[in-house]
Design a protein around this ligand. Structure first.
Ligand SMILES: Cc1cc2nc3c(=O)[nH]c(=O)nc-3n(C[C@H](O)[C@H](O)[C@H](O)COP(=O)(O)OP(=O)(O)OC[C@H]3O[C@@H](n4cnc5c(N)ncnc54)[C@H](O)[C@@H]3O)c2cc1C
Ligand SMILES: O=C(O)Cc1ccc(O)c(O)c1
Length: 492
């Protein structure tokens, strides 16, 4: 089949009834649920872009294996042109969502492509696992499906490993084998967009200890598999807020969910790893499933930071405060952050790692540097929006106030910005900023940037240790050897 349209994506959602729980009740039809309708439309637009002549050649290609047109996320990059083709896709999807939707279909499809191209790692443990992941990749590619993932254990007692938790199946683990497949029980978090996806893939960050064998698992199943419960967090908008009052929150909220598996059957052909602590701990470093998608997350993060920066610049200009040195300083800092990430992405694409298979991965040092910097730069951009907007962020009336002729004069006079900025224009800008820096929606965006890839503190420590292992830091020896030379001269 190859690339789907938005309508085909929506028909796919309509054809299933996953067990979704939202605010204490069961959702019967996800497409009829007002909270999910706008995010579904935003994802459908991305599918439609694949058929739009403006984008088609930039974000899709003809698959060499099937002759069908497929998304660039399924391209195994072997040349710089391939990397550029993937970047063009990431950029197009991120621009369409201002970088605010983190788990658009390209993200996990890149993870899957990386698992596919590095399946030889799994072969060493069980050739069937490798065959399963290859078949699954082809299935997702050829049907253009949308995945969610949950790779973290629920936050119960982080000081204990999975097998030491109060209940053996608090964390998702294998209960027993059957001729049809594995029965799994327990929970995983935090599956972003789960209610509006087609499939879920489960794997884990490294960190398994001996005794954790039953939790060392990787598999994928349809999102409506019996026994799989999707427990949504409280929504941050009710799906009815106006575009005028919440230009971003009304469009781009990504639901997050805990997945609870009540004795779910995972067919054997969907099991990619099982009962093997060593393989589970090596899955990340050996299959590129951090490095390849970090290209996507880097591009998306750049667009999001750039967007927040543009809003800050326009906000400051609208009320004439960018004549002040302190404001110029804050805005200059944000622009330099954007430029730093942009430069790091270019370096990552230039200084690639080449695998024996010929696959290329953008350089891990610049990518990890982005991963370390963005969790600081994005919250800072939010802070600058708050500082520049100040009390103005709390004086915005609603679209209904603007619509009432009785208030029209006041709206124009007291809400106008500097000369040339009308009341409506200024309020719309401040509402855009408030969605990013004040609303619960904006706080989630910030929390996402801090944590979506794992704990930034531990990630930076891992980065340091790996970097130290690979380098010798010999400029220090060179500098110190000059002292020896001086001694030699003195002695002569
Ligand atoms: C908005 C959002 C969306 C997300 N979407 C997804 C998704 O789609 N799929 C998915 O799988 N995951 C998703 N995640 C989850 C994300 O992977 C985790 O949040 C991240 O890995 C951090 O884990 P945690 O939240 O459990 O924090 P914890 O690991 O519980 O950490 C809590 C605090 O304790 C400290 N801490 C905990 N353990 C240690 C330790 N061993 N050593 C030192 N300090 C420690 C941390 O530094 C942190 O300050 C999402 C997260 C967010 C916020
Ligand atoms: O670190 C990145 O930016 C890439 C990334 C993020 C989250 C994941 O779950 C993952 O497998 C890879």
């Amino acid at each position: 089949m190859g690339i789907r349209t938005g309508a085909q994506y929506i028909n796919g959602l309509k054809s299933r009834q996953p067990e979704i729980w939202l605010s204490g009740r069961r959702v019967t039809h996800v497409c009829d649920e007002v909270v999910f309708q706008q995010p579904i439309r935003e994802i459908a637009k991305l599918y439609d872009m694949q058929h739009d002549p403006e984008y088609q050649d930039r974000i899709t290609h003809i698959c060499a294996e099937t002759g069908e047109r497929v998304n660039n996320a399924f391209l195994v990059p072997k040349t710089h042109e391939d990397l550029q083709a993937r970047r063009a896709l990431f950029e197009a999807y991120a621009k369409a969502t201002f970088g605010l939707m983190g788990r658009t279909p390209d993200f996990l499809n890149v993870v899957l492509t990386s698992l596919f191209s590095n399946a030889s790692f799994l072969e060493k443990y069980d050739p069937q696992w490798a065959e399963n992941i290859r078949a699954y990749y082809r299935y997702i590619r050829d049907n253009d499906l949308f995945l969610t993932h949950a790779i973290i254990n629920p936050q119960n007692d982080r000081s204990k490993s999975s097998h030491e938790q109060q209940d053996l199946f608090t964390h998702l683990g294998a209960v027993r084998e059957t001729p049809q497949g594995l029965i799994v029980r327990g929970a995983k978090m935090l599956a972003t967009l789960a209610p509006i996806t087609d499939e879920v893939i489960i794997y884990s960050f490294p960190g398994f200890k001996p005794g954790d064998e039953r939790y060392a698992l990787a598999f994928a199943i349809p999102i409506d598999t019996p026994g799989l419960r999707i427990l949504c967090r409280e929504p941050m908008q009710d799906g009815t807020r106006s575009l005028f009052d919440h230009p971003l929150a009304s469009r781009f909220e990504e639901m997050d969910a805990v997945l609870v598996f009540h004795d779910v059957l995972v067919p054997w052909d969907r099991v990619f790893l099982y009962n093997n602590v060593e393989a589970a701990n090596l899955l990340y470093p050996k299959t590129g499933i951090a490095q390849q998608p970090a290209h996507q997350t880097g591009v998306r993060g750049l667009i999001k930071l750039q967007f927040a920066t543009e809003v800050a610049v326009r906000l400051a200009d609208s009320i004439g405060v960018d004549v002040y040195l302190n404001v110029q300083n804050d805005l200059g800092e944000l622009i330099q952050s954007v430029e730093s990430i942009r430069a790091l992405l270019r370096i990552a694409e230039q200084e690639c790692d080449v695998l024996p298979s010929g696959e290329i991965m953008p350089g891990w040092v610049p990518l990890e540097t982005i991963r370390g910097l963005l969790p600081k730069m994005y919250p800072r951009a939010v802070e600058v929006l708050q500082i520049i907007g100040a009390g103005g962020l709390l004086m915005s009336p609603t679209g209904a106030d603007f619509a009432n002729p009785e208030l029209a004069e006041d709206m124009e006079k007291y809400y106008a910005g500097r000369s040339g900025i009308s009341g409506k224009e200024r309020v719309r800008l401040f509402k855009l900023a408030w969605d990013l820096c004040g609303e619960a929606f904006g706080q989630r965006l910030l929390q996402y940037e801090r944590y979506y890839t794992g704990d930034p503190i531990r990630k930076r420590a891992i980065f340091y240790n790996n970097y130290k292992r690979e380098r010798t830091f010999d400029m220090v020896d060179e500098a110190l050897s000059v002292l020896d030379l001086n001694e030699l001269v003195a002695k002569a």
